[in-house]
Design a protein around this ligand. Structure first.
Ligand SMILES: C[S@@+](CC[C@H](N)C(=O)[O-])C[C@H]1O[C@@H](n2cnc3c(N)ncnc32)[C@H](O)[C@@H]1O
Length: 234
């Protein structure tokens, strides 16, 4: 697992930054939540929970939430934020979900996390295993066409490591993640027994038209993220 300081050393600054920013708060979260089924009284697993913004929304919507992250700092922030109402623990998702029982969740979410995994197979196998029959897996990831602009190989069809710097927290921080073609994304889901039931490329909130017309136009005319709702098939 490549070390990503954004989610460790800078976890607290990241938590503050995504609370109300453009990409997470005004674009990614509303777009992912638009695909989320009703979670009232449902058991929901949040994989790559980060600072717990999603876990909090799920709890407010009446779900029983388990939140998992590979970063001890993120687990601490989520635990502080939500207390014992959420079961939160540290787990490297490259190793699957060894402590979770089969068919125990109605819904699994994983916003903006799967691209940190080089091999999706153990992760998707675990998602399928812990979901109940016809359970939903809702996730978001980078759009491969956007990441292709940073491709070291120039080969769209390769799965490859991208290393760059993001200024999410107001200063450049190194990040490393994996880009893969759309074909690879769909093949991985199919191989894991996850059928795509709904899909979008996201929608910025309408208020952004007034508050940040330039960014609104950019997000309305250029790709950014992908959003999936999958259901389990045998
Ligand atoms: C971009 S943040 C998204 C956080 C949260 N899902 C959200 O959207 O607000 C990605 C999260 O994935 C976690 N992560 C990255 N690689 C991981 C791995 N191999 N195992 C578990 N968590 C990982 C990071 O620690 C970080 O909290």
């Amino acid at each position: 697992m490549k070390h990503n300081p954004m989610y460790a050393e800078y976890a607290s600054a990241y938590a503050d930054a995504i609370e109300a920013n453009i990409y997470n708060a005004q674009f990614e979260r509303p777009s992912l939540l638009a695909l989320l089924p009703d979670v009232k009284n449902k058991s929901v697993l949040d994989l790559g929970c980060g600072p717990g913004v999603y876990a909090q929304i799920l709890t407010q919507r009446g779900a029983r939430v388990t939140a998992v992250d590979g970063s001890a700092e993120m687990v601490a922030i989520t635990s502080d934020r939500l207390g014992p109402s959420v079961n939160c623990y540290q787990q490297n998702l490259n190793d699957g979900l060894p402590t979770e029982k089969d068919h125990s969740y109605d819904v699994v979410i994983s916003p903006l996390t799967i691209h940190y995994l080089q091999d999706w197979r153990p992760f998707l196998k675990a998602v399928h295993r812990v979901l109940k029959h016809a359970g939903s897996f809702v996730f978001s990831t980078h759009h491969p066409m956007v990441d292709f602009t940073a491709s070291p190989s120039g080969d769209y069809f390769r799965t490859e490591l991208i290393e760059e710097q993001w200024d999410t927290i107001g200063k450049p921080v190194d990040v490393a993640y994996y880009r893969r073609p759309l074909t690879g994304i769909f093949e991985s889901l199919k191989a894991a027994g996850l059928m795509v039931a709904d899909f979008s490329e996201g929608e910025p909130v309408a208020e952004m038209k007034q508050s940040n017309p330039e960014k609104y136009l950019e997000l309305k005319t250029k790709p950014c993220f992908l959003f999936f709702r999958c259901i389990t098939v045998a």
